[in-house]
Design a protein around this ligand. Structure first.
Ligand code: KIV
Ligand code: ZN
Length: 389
């Protein structure tokens, strides 16, 4: 395989689980973690161990449940957080501590009420402590999206010197435009000594609906890890959707990048997460929404029936979504009606199809969708008239 590998860091069980009303218990976290490993993610962020005894237990049990995947625990740049995370990760095949601190003016002055110098001091101390416990330490510069690039470069350089192996550049508030976020990564790549020895990670929130675009801009400018969640769930408007970045990389042959994701698992894991977290996937959600491969207008249906690629850039089977669906509505045409009729055993000739289509339009105008039962009634009445059965 040519081109660079993009590492997929899944944070469904941590940032994703911060969605109100979607809390998972340890058993559910283990079930999803095993599914994430089967999907082929490189890192599973399993929780924030110091936040509660339940999350500590979950990180520990996920560490035991997976075989090869790196398991990650989040911490603040606080000694006790880091020590607790180290203990929770004791059984992980590879354990990663994800520590960090806010770097934007909003975080430094409003939230932490401190100084830029103190941010660097706390950040580097956190990395050094974490490196005593595990060999894989990721540092996040919280709100990097609103952090001045020059100061950000200083922080990144210092944490690399202190032993960080991965540096995360979160657009915590979903503030950046793709070009701006890409420029930020490029600036770091060009201005931080030793950056070639670590992995730069994207972590984009979706407040402006730009998380996927920003993550892709990040990798086009030097980042090699994307942090994301199944179905794009997460705080507020959510995180980068795993299924979107993975398929964009695959479909567009983006700079020849590749991931380890087994794409046929994308729809099954989307459903699993949706069910366990009690969060409905919006029907028009890319890749995993119920309508992602459904066609309802006559023009589109006719085009897809002649050649699927007329209106589909992804084969639904390749993402575990079965086959394209043809929804019968008052906008549908004869081609889709005939296709759906055949699927339930009616082989209509041209006259029968025309007659069925007239009845169908009358019925369709009275309802949002003509379902299989209605269709069967229409076809049976046509057969009865034309074939005297
Ligand atoms: O959005 C964010 O900045 C985060 C960090 C804690 C990594 O989730
Ligand atoms: Zn986040």
């Amino acid at each position: 395989m040519s081109g660079d590998k993009i590492y997929i860091f899944d944070t469904t069980l941590r940032d994703g689980e911060q969605v109100p009303g979607s809390k998972l218990n340890t058993r559910q976290k283990m079930e999803i973690a095993v599914a994430l490993e089967d999907l082929g993610v490189d890192v599973i962020e399993a929780g924030f161990p110091v936040s509660s005894p339940g999350d500590f237990e979950a990180v520990m049990e996920v560490s035991k449940a997976v075989k090869n995947t790196t398991v990650c625990g989040l911490t603040r740049a606080v000694e006790n957080d880091i020590e607790v995370a180290g203990r929770a990760l004791k059984y992980a095949p590879v354990g990663r501590i994800h520590t960090g601190i806010g770097t934007s003016p909003q975080h430094i002055y409003n939230k932490l009420k401190t100084t830029p110098e103190e941010i660097i001091r706390r950040g580097t101390a956190a990395v050094k402590l974490a490196r005593n416990l595990v060999s894989d330490v990721e540092f996040y510069c919280e709100d990097a999206g609103r952090t001045d690039n020059e100061f950000l470069a200083k922080v990144v350089q210092e944490v690399i010197k202190s032993g960080a192996t991965v540096v995360n550049i979160p657009d915590t508030t979903g503030y950046c435009l793709p070009e701006e976020y890409g420029e930020k990564i490029k600036y770091l790549m060009n201005n931080v000594d030793g950056i070639e020895n670590v992995t730069i990670s994207t972590h984009c929130h979706n407040d402006l609906g730009l998380a996927t675009a920003n993550s892709l801009a990040g990798i086009q400018n030097g980042a090699r890890q994307i942090e994301c969640t199944i179905n794009g769930i997460g705080e507020r408007a959510g995180n980068t959707a795993l299924e979107e970045v993975v398929m964009a990389i695959k479909q567009q042959n983006l700079l020849d990048f590749h991931t380890s994701i087994n794409s046929v698992m994308l729809n099954p894991i989307s459903q699993l997460v949706s069910e366990r977290m009690n969060m409905v996937v919006q029907p028009n959600k890319a890749i995993v929404g119920a309508n992602a491969f459904a066609h309802s207008s006559g023009i589109h249906q006719d085009g897809v029936l002649k050649n699927r690629e007329t209106y589909e850039i992804i084969d639904p089977a390749s993402v575990g979504a079965g086959e394209s669906a043809f929804i019968l509505t008052a906008r549908s045409g004869r081609a889709a009606l005939n296709y759906r009729a055949k699927k339930i055993g009616f082989d209509l000739d041209l006259d029968e199809l025309n007659n069925a289509y007239h009845i169908f339009l009358e019925v369709a105008d009275t309802m949002k969708e003509v379902n299989g039962e209605e269709l069967e009634k229409i076809c049976t009445s046509i057969y009865k008239k034309a074939r005297a059965i």
